[in-house]
Design a protein around this ligand. Structure first.
Ligand code: HEM
Length: 129
């Protein structure tokens, strides 16, 4: 009787551990089951992949996304800090802005300090980019 009970307890413990492992495995394997931001799809490396038409919806000072070198940045929060008149910065919101970033519209590249700033606004990559 006692050995039966021990066997039963052992069996229940075994099944519990097994179930826990199965559940943990399922949760780890399905990052896609979490909703992606703004309709973006999760790419292979876990970064959100956006299409240009999704970026194009964020074309104003109230929501300003730009694509630079295939990377998507949400620069809404940076806008007030940019050291030019607002329009210089906002005219590129919602757009592919690599060339504007590279030459500032005046032929001069941004500084390494500016490039470091940029990285903190990264939200994903562009589809096929
Ligand atoms: C993509 C469109 C952009 C345009 C057209 C643009 C243009 C300019 C212009 C005209 C200046 C001032 C003049 C000069 O320094 O030569 C400037 C300076 C600056 N911009 Fe931008 N900018 C853009 C995006 C950005 C972004 C995304 C950041 C950072 C997140 C940034 C950070 C800075 C900083 C820190 C400066 C001061 C000078 C420097 O460090 O290079 N800019 N930008």
């Amino acid at each position: 009787m006692t050995s039966n009970r021990i066997a039963y307890t052992g069996f229940v413990a075994f099944v519990s551990v097994l179930l826990t492992l199965v559940v943990v495995n399922m949760v780890q394997r399905s990052p896609d089951s979490q909703p992606a931001d703004e309709d973006g799809d999760k790419g292979g490396n876990g970064e959100t992949v956006y299409r240009l038409d999704q970026v194009a919806e964020h074309d104003s000072a109230s929501s300003c996304w730009k694509v630079i070198d295939g990377v998507v940045y949400d620069l809404t929060g940076y806008l007030p800090s940019h050291p030019t008149e607002e329009e210089t910065f906002t005219r590129w919101c919602g757009k592919e802005a690599t060339s504007a970033w590279q030459d500032k519209g005046n032929g001069r590249p941004h500084s390494p300090r500016a490039a470091a700033r940029l990285e903190s606004y990264r939200i994903g990559v562009i589809e096929g980019g």
